[in-house]
Write a protein that binds this ligand. Structure first.
Ligand SMILES: *Cc1c(COP(=O)(O)O)cnc(C)c1O
Length: 391
């Protein structure tokens, strides 16, 4: 592999794997030397249709030819169609959508939305979970329950209180008359792939209702079918007040969405985004939603996810536990060797990501088939042996 010219000029915010990807096709990507890799990193969940899905490509090509951008001073057909489609598909009643370009922006908008609602009622506090990840902007970083990511930037906004996930008593103590919202990831992705227990999510919903606070579900990673439902929180039968989507929604193009009932919606001047919901990402997202529905990808996410987790669990040894839902899986290892395993997987021709030093994450495209799953599991068994043999 070669490092692309200019790489040294990129700020090194990511610890990169030593490979340069140049092309993709379905669940496979190719490096600059033509070597193929099974893409179980799946752009951290942002490529639900894999690479170059014909429906997605056709939609994007047609939209590039027709119109790229006019600003949000004008209505466009793809934006209106996507808002209506999301309102139809999500469980939120009388839903309205604010579009942006990323997960952090979707959460930033959601935080502004609940704050605007709460301030006149003197509700100023947002309760979030320890270990959560909500983004890297100033407010979403403050929401993120990982002190190591916040440390270099403190003090941040002081609106957030963090409680341990799964602890109902701690939540009962934290949610009071001054609480605007509880913010949670139904499956905590970056923090190590921890699905919240259904009864815990139900308890949080009940508590927020009793105490007059909102429930904000960050479904940036877990939503758009990733966990086998349009929203992962539906597994618990819970309907949140506000939902954010991003990663998978554009099928590879940047788009974020903040969805809330009309009673909470922003009005003129409250919020804005120059690129938000441009015609191209909206056309792409409409194709994503259509293909997920037409190709039965919610069911496929459930089936292949269960196949993957069952086979990985059977490996045993350093594999302590395999957590997840749908096609978002975290392999808990007994030692902090996730990076070594990911490097060995690269040698095996499979891309995976890490969700902490001892968790390997797999979030392949929702189109993945049983043969791909089996190949990735076999590679994982071999990679584990090699990583264990490393000094
Ligand atoms: C990735 C992620 C974000 C941030 O999304 P960006 O598009 O990287 O800004 C926020 N919340 C969750 C749960 C995420 O997984």
């Amino acid at each position: 592999m070669t490092v692309p010219a200019g790489e040294a000029f990129v700020m090194p915010t990511y610890v990169r794997y030593p490979v340069t990807i140049v092309r993709g096709d379905g669940v496979t990507v190719f490096d600059d030397e033509g070597r193929a890799y099974l893409d179980f990193a799946g752009a951290l969940g942002a490529t639900p249709l894999g690479h170059g899905h014909p429906r997605w490509l056709a939609a994007v090509h047609a939209q590039v030819d027709a119109l790229a951008l006019v600003s949000n001073l004008y209505a466009t057909e793809p934006q209106a169609a996507l808002a209506a489609r999301l309102a139809g598909v999500l469980p939120i009643l009388d839903a309205r959508v604010f579009f942006s370009n990323s997960g952090a922006e979707a959460n930033e908008a959601a935080i502004k939305l609940v704050r605007r609602w709460g301030l006149p009622k003197r509700r100023i506090k947002i309760v979030a979970l320890e270990g959560s990840f909500h983004g890297r902007t100033v407010a979403t970083l403050a929401a993120t329950g990982q002190p190591s990511k916040r440390a270099a930037f403190e003090p941040l906004v002081d609106w957030f209180v963090h409680v341990p996930p799964g602890d109902v008593a701690a939540m009962e103590t934290a949610v009071g008359d001054d609480t605007t919202a509880v913010m949670l990831e139904p499956v905590m992705g970056e923090g190590g792939v921890w699905p919240l227990a259904d009864d815990y999510v139900q308890d949080v919903r009940r508590l927020t209702e009793e105490r007059g606070a909102l429930l904000l579900a960050d479904e940036v990673q877990s939503g758009t079918g990733r966990c086998g439902d349009w929203l992962a929180i539906s597994h618990a039968g819970v309907v949140p007040d506000v939902v954010t989507l991003a990663k998978g929604l554009g099928g590879g193009l940047p788009i974020g969405a903040t969805i809330a009932p009309a009673s909470l919606a922003f009005g003129p001047g409250d919020h804005a985004s120059t690129f938000g919901a441009g015609p191209i990402p909206c056309a792409a997202a409409l194709a994503v939603l259509a293909v997920i529905e037409e190709e039965g990808l919610l069911a496929n996410a459930r089936t292949q996810g269960e196949r993957l987790r069952a086979a990985l669990t059977a490996i045993g040894g350093p594999v302590v536990e395999v957590r997840g839902r749908g096609l978002l899986s975290g392999i808990q290892l007994s030692e902090p060797i996730a990076h070594d395993v990911a490097m060995a997987m690269l040698d095996e021709g499979v891309l995976v990501s890490e969700a902490g030093p001892d968790v390997v994450r797999m979030s392949p495209p929702l189109i993945v088939q049983a043969a791909d799953v089996d190949a990735a599991v076999e590679a994982f068994g071999r990679a584990l042996k090699r990583a264990e043999a490393m000094p």
